[in-house]
Ligand binder design. Structure first.
Ligand code: SAH
Length: 344
């Protein structure tokens, strides 16, 4: 099987170039075409000779994301794409406009095997991991279509990024490369449902990225009901990994806590959560649960959300309520899917 040239690291590309007996400057040139300019065919590499373009296309494939559907929110200009990959599979990505620039929420897998009961991304099951180049192609396609430059990345689309660890780490290095998109590691956030051994691997990578944990419950009884991953690594293990992560990296961790009416939004839950997180350099993002038709979860009342936040704050835990973007186009947290969907 041919390798995806966009999924090679700078050094791997360099090895390939040298093995073709080509001069070293070609590496930088081709890396720029692939990553900075995000070309979708070898023929776009106009300062590369025809012969070399032919050689590259004989030896490699070039991953791309083709726009299958595009939705633009009438409320807040959020854009959601359904992208078709080279093999005909689909993933979604979301572009959000903030004061400081554009953020993309990217997918890391086609589907998801984690099975969280409130999330749409897991409904159609898991198909395959995305290659590093396929994750990056989501940025290239969106930038080109919108004529913008994306400055921030959140790995909060479809899939569990730490279940596709090597490709995700490679993606980080490639988008961070100065010959590529040159996006600062500090502008990258990775979100996980709590794959504990990979959190320790990440800790050892020593990257300046932000780690976010999808916690959604203050104890194992509630968490196991909604997140099957909790049966593998329970709350104590996840929190311990987080404490170790903060101690080693000195970087603040974020927790996502989706508030579902009558499930995890009681006063007692807020107190228990505060006790769990005491003393940790962290922040809690409260997310009123977004509608997923098949799931039927009901969001907490605004009053309950506010009370929940106040209890956390009184106990010294930083907390904010996450603004919901793209709600009219099913582009909010937990609403992304690997297929066409009708927006009413
Ligand atoms: N698999 C990773 C990346 C997905 S990030 C993870 O679990 O962190 C998407 C975030 O949205 C996660 O925090 C997820 O738990 C949350 N989410 C899922 N379904 C949701 C819903 N219906 N409403 C609000 N948030 C949801």
């Amino acid at each position: 099987m041919k390798k995806d040239i966009k999924s090679l690291s700078y050094n791997e590309l360099n090895d390939e170039i040298l093995s073709l007996k080509l001069p070293k400057f070609r590496t930088k040139q081709i890396f720029e075409w692939l990553h900075k300019y995000g070309v979708s065919s070898f023929d776009e590499m106009t300062n590369v000779s025809k012969d070399l373009r032919k050689k590259l296309s004989d030896d490699f494939i070039l991953s791309t994301c083709k726009i299958e559907q595009k939705y633009v929110s009438k409320i807040d200009e959020t854009v959601k794409y359904l992208f078709r990959l080279n093999d005909g599979e689909y993933v979604e990505s979301v572009i959000m406009k903030y004061k400081y620039g554009y953020t993309i929420c990217v997918s890391s897998q086609v589907g998801c095997k984690m099975g969280c009961t409130f999330c749409a991304s897991t409904l159609a099951g898991f198909k395959r991991n995305l290659e590093a180049g396929e994750i990056e192609s989501q940025l290239h396609a969106a930038q080109k279509d919108l004529g913008i430059r994306i400055s921030h990345i959140v790995m909060m689309g479809i899939g569990e990024p730490l279940d596709n660890y090597d490709n995700v780490i490679k993606f980080f290095h490639n988008v961070n490369n100065e010959n590529g998109l040159n996006i600062s590691m500090r502008n990258i956030t990775i979100s996980t449902c709590g794959i504990v051994p990979r959190i320790y691997d990440l800790l050892n990578e020593n990257l300046q990225i932000t780690l976010t944990i999808s916690l959604h419950a203050p104890n194992d009884v509630i968490r196991s009901k909604t997140m099957p991953v909790n049966d593998k690594w329970n709350i104590d293990e996840v929190i311990q990994a987080c404490r170790d992560y903060v101690n080693k990296t000195n970087r603040r961790i974020s927790f996502e806590y989706t508030l579902i009416n009558g499930v995890n939004d009681s006063k007692e839950c807020a107190i228990e959560l505060s006790n769990r997180l005491k003393g940790m350099l962290c922040h809690v993002n409260l997310i009123p649960v977004n509608a997923v038709e098949e799931r039927g979860n009901v969001r907490s009342t605004d009053d309950n959300i506010r009370k929940f936040m106040e209890i956390l704050k009184r106990n010294g835990i930083n907390a904010t309520i996450r603004r919901t973007l793209g709600s009219d186009i099913n582009a909010s947290c937990g609403q992304l899917r690997r297929k066409r969907n009708e927006v009413k």
